[in-house]
Design a protein around this ligand. Structure first.
Ligand SMILES: Nc1nc2c(c(=O)[nH]1)N[C@H]1C(S)=C(S)[C@@H](COP(=O)(O)O)O[C@H]1N2
Ligand SMILES: [Mo]
Length: 253
């Protein structure tokens, strides 16, 4: 077994200390001053991952560790008519649209996505509700797609538009990443789960995997990707369906 070097050890304890500090913050949120401090907690979490953990990969697992059953959560059968039409046709007419601050906007069919160099990873999915499952994902790295379309100056975020509208309040599901996570090697647009085409409960025909963040970042039922300088114009402006309803935008784990 390789020895953990001193630097790694130091970085880990710094990260743990910061995490403990973050965890402890919840209990202090009484005064407005502390509220202001808490608004910075998410930024600290992001800073710790970016500067202390570097381009760390999320842990990958072995085939034997796959969960026997992978829970499906959130939307599991979108009712939106356009999605139903595409699903009925086996997604042959579905296209992933890519637009915004890109040099060559366009659409990708499933066949085109499957022809691009794939990546497979076995990872643990952690939902904010407190459950985890290990699954195997195959798809095209988002970096490959962004390379194809070419980013234009001013690009900062990638926004993912989904096909599902949540029944609770009629809001459409969407998510976003900054370019650091967009180009992370484990950030993929997955079309296969456990060696089979994605099923509808798990986000067919294409879903995002961003393995260093919580489950709600992993947008299912992808329809469109937009590269943008800021998030204000999307949804209610906080960068995601759940973020608009109070969750952190940077859900690092
Ligand atoms: N489009 C869309 N994506 C979504 C959701 C959703 O409701 N709609 N739920 C999120 C949440 S909270 C989780 S935990 C995962 C669940 O993925 P799974 O159904 O494959 O377990 O998808 C995420 N992506
Ligand atoms: Mo979740």
């Amino acid at each position: 077994m390789p020895l953990i070097d001193r630097r790694t050890l130091l970085l880990r304890s710094a990260a743990t200390a910061a995490t403990l500090w973050l965890g402890g913050c919840d209990r202090l949120s009484a005064s407005p001053r502390v509220e202001g401090l808490l608004a910075g907690a998410e930024a600290v979490n992001r800073w710790v991952q970016r500067h202390l953990m570097g381009s760390r990969l999320a842990r990958e697992y072995a085939e034997g560790e796959l969960s026997a059953h992978f829970k499906a959560n959130g939307s599991i059968d979108p009712e939106d008519p356009e999605y139903r039409r595409l699903a009925a046709g086996g997604f042959a007419e579905w296209r992933l649209l890519v637009d915004g601050l890109v040099a060559r906007p366009g659409g990708f069919s499933l066949t085109e996505l499957r022809a691009l160099p794939p990546r497979t990873q076995i990872t643990r999915h952690d939902c904010v509700e407190g459950w985890s499952c290990i699954g195997k994902w195959t798809g095209v790295p988002l970096a490959v797609i962004l390379g194809r379309v070419g980013l234009r100056p001013g690009a900062r975020y990638v926004v993912f538009d989904c096909a599902d509208t949540l029944e609770e309040d009629g809001g459409r599901y969407y998510e976003s990443l900054d370019l650091v996570d967009a180009f992370h090697p484990q950030t993929i647009l997955a079309y296969d789960m456990n060696d089979q085409p994605l099923t509808i409960p798990h986000g067919a025909p294409l879903r995002l995997r961003v393995e260093r963040q919580l489950g709600y970042k992993m947008a299912k039922y992808l329809m469109r990707i937009t590269v943008t300088p800021d998030l204000a114009a999307f949804g209610q402006g906080s960068g995601g369906y759940w973020e608009d309803r109070g969750y952190e935008w940077y859900a690092g784990i």
